[in-house]
Design a protein around this ligand. Structure first.
Ligand code: ATP
Ligand code: ZN
Length: 300
């Protein structure tokens, strides 16, 4: 068995909005996991990689402190930790390596319905309830606004009703929670989605190679999500136009067709979704026998 030093640790949210997507993503990288009895970590059966299941707020700290080598967490949590460390005069020792296109939300300021809000200057001399005190402070300083952040660990949206704050600064996705609490969004501080962060600590060669391998697989999984393999027949003289129509593709493979000198077969990997409209445009340009196939794995 590998010693813990030779295994890599990936921090993942234990229970919450990011959990299923994060575990699914790692499984699509080929990782097979066993649930441990205490459910604090998932053991990698076929690779020396374990998942540490924790509260999302702890993930950037675990990666920065080199307890975990990688972490999957919302950019909002990463930025809050970054600002907290910088405020305390410490350098964050993690870097963002991938955006994952799930867990989309934004950190916004919202006002109780009926508040007279013209622009950011309306925030002067007010109290703003938030769990994101460090991001909010940085925003206020950068925009030269004199307002007081009030820390709420949860249920931020009830702060104005309790008379504890004039505004709130919280995560929004659809806006329905805000609307249900009689609040209207007035400013966006940060657009967020789940990201992969990596420790900046120097690892041993073996461990570094394992981290690099995992990142390469992650890159492959993220690339194939939209990628399609497209095959078609085309008149030889329509090739330049057809190449221009293939979405996000590099040099296509052009093959001769038996018994048809004026026609060729074209095969290409398209790194974007292929829509019906694209197929119709290709057909109009002279393409026939069009076939679009999903890509399962990709290694650049
Ligand atoms: P934990 O117990 O791990 O601290 P939590 O309550 O802080 O859980 P969740 O509500 O599961 O966390 O949210 C996790 C992440 O999902 C957020 O940090 C954010 O990046 C993202 N997210 C996406 N949409 C929303 C939303 N509408 N509200 C809150 N978070 C959202
Ligand atoms: Zn949390």
């Amino acid at each position: 068995m590998d010693t813990p030093e030779q295994r890599i640790q990936i921090a993942v949210q234990k229970t919450g909005r990011l959990t299923d997507h994060s575990i699914d993503l790692l499984q699509r990288c080929g990782l097979k996991l066993t649930q441990s009895k205490d459910q604090l970590f998932l053991y990698g059966e076929n690779m020396p990689i374990d998942l540490l299941l924790v509260r999302d707020d702890d993930i950037p700290g675990l990666v920065s402190d080199d307890v975990c080598d990688l972490g999957i967490v919302g950019l909002n949590v990463v930025e809050e930790k970054r600002q907290e460390l910088l405020c305390g005069g410490r350098e964050p020792r993690f870097k963002q390596v991938f955006e994952l296109d799930f867990g989309h939300c934004r950190l916004s300021l919202a006002a109780p319905d009926g508040t007279e809000y013209s622009d950011r200057t309306s925030l002067n001399n007010t109290k703003i309830a938030t769990s994101y005190v460090n991001i909010l402070r940085e925003y206020l300083t950068k925009n030269d606004i004199d307002a007081e952040p009030v820390y709420f660990s949860g249920a931020v949206e009830i702060a104005p009703k309790l008379g504890r704050a004039d505004y709130i600064c919280d995560l929004v996705s659809t806006g329905s929670t805000l609307a249900a609490n009689g609040l209207t969004e007035v400013e966006t501080l940060l657009e967020s989605e789940a990201v992969v962060i990596q420790t900046e600590a120097i690892l041993g060669d073996e461990k570094q190679a394992l981290v690099d391998r995992m990142l390469q697989r992650l890159d492959g999984v993220l690339q194939v999500r939209e990628s399609k393999y497209i095959m078609l027949h085309a008149p030889r003289d329509a090739l330049p136009q057809i190449r221009d129509l293939l979405p996000g593709s590099e040099a296509p493979t052009v093959l001769p067709l038996d018994g048809a000198d004026d026609k060729v077969a074209v095969h290409a990997v398209c790194r974007e979704n292929v829509f019906w409209e694209t197929l119709e445009n290709l057909k109009a340009a002279g393409a026939s026998s069009l076939l679009v196939i999903p890509v399962e794995k990709m290694l650049a």
